[in-house]
Design a protein around this ligand. Sequence first.
Ligand SMILES: [Zn+2]
Length: 358
Amino acid sequence: MTNFENTRSATLSVSGVDLPMGTTTIVDVPVYTDLDGAEISHTFHAVVGARPGPVLGLHTAVHGDEWLTVEVARAIVQSLDPAEMSGAVLALPVANPPAFAGRTRNTPDASDSPDLNRAFGGVQTWITDQLAQSIVDNLYANIDAIIDFHLGIWGSAMGSVACGRDFTDPVINKQAFRLARAFGLPYVRHGDFVTKFPGPKSGVGYAGEELGIPGLISEVGGAGFNEETEARWLATNVAGVHGVMREMGILSGTPDLPDEVMVFDTAARVNPTNAGFVDPLYSAESMMSREVQKGELLGRVFSPHTLEVIEELRSPVRGLLDMIPRPYPVRPGDWAYLVLDLDSPGNIRLSGDEMPSF
Ligand SMILES: [Zn+2]
């Protein structure tokens, strides 16, 4: 158990709306008015347990094209019963409404910071700066931990969770790892969230470094794959959040931990340099299970015009495929493969409840 034994949920309110224990409440908070006169708002869902305890925050669709994560938010909210909870879950299904409306990753404007996940702590009145500030004021101000959900664009799937290891406060690093492990997968990506990627202006980076809120990123799932596989990814996300809630003491019991956790230090993106149609050699069912060798062919990119192969995608390392595409059109840099490096010296193999040294 981590040190989350507070009673924050007993006095929870969002934007002046009280959220009593034992209730589920939706709170709509206006953020800005758009050019067509529409009021753009954040819609928060609060599931507050019958007994006091800590508060877990969730946000999905920070990137507007990763809309599968909204299904995850819905499944999680629907899975919760206030009568069984000591503490609360505060969820924001559409963190970036204008990007989601256009089904684009970024906010469709000409600002300095179109990517909401690089806009936290922004002080201008750009749309993303205001959306980030609303998330800080209404969500981060009320929570003890955060899960940020990514991926889920059509055509590309992923299968892991990640947490930061370079927060200035070592307590945040430890708590973040415990939460990520409680998600229950046998592998965790461990990265320099503040100093490298996704950076100090990302949601989880800002929450951890500036606000002292530990968090993790779930990148499990994708759209456009077979129904059974997609249902399994959805169930993994719901079970993962329940595991995190057990770790925090919001649900009773202890999280189901795997016997062994592989902590990966390095991930290599293998994405196209030319636009075309990606033609994968591996199906999503081999995600995180099939070992590939350095130099091995993972897929090809063919021209949708001439139908000829214009690029080969090869693994730069021996590793496990954490991201796998289905055949879909890509532009340079778009998502094809992510390979977790099995030979990185920074990898750590831990027994279920063992902690890495920080
Ligand atoms: Zn994303």
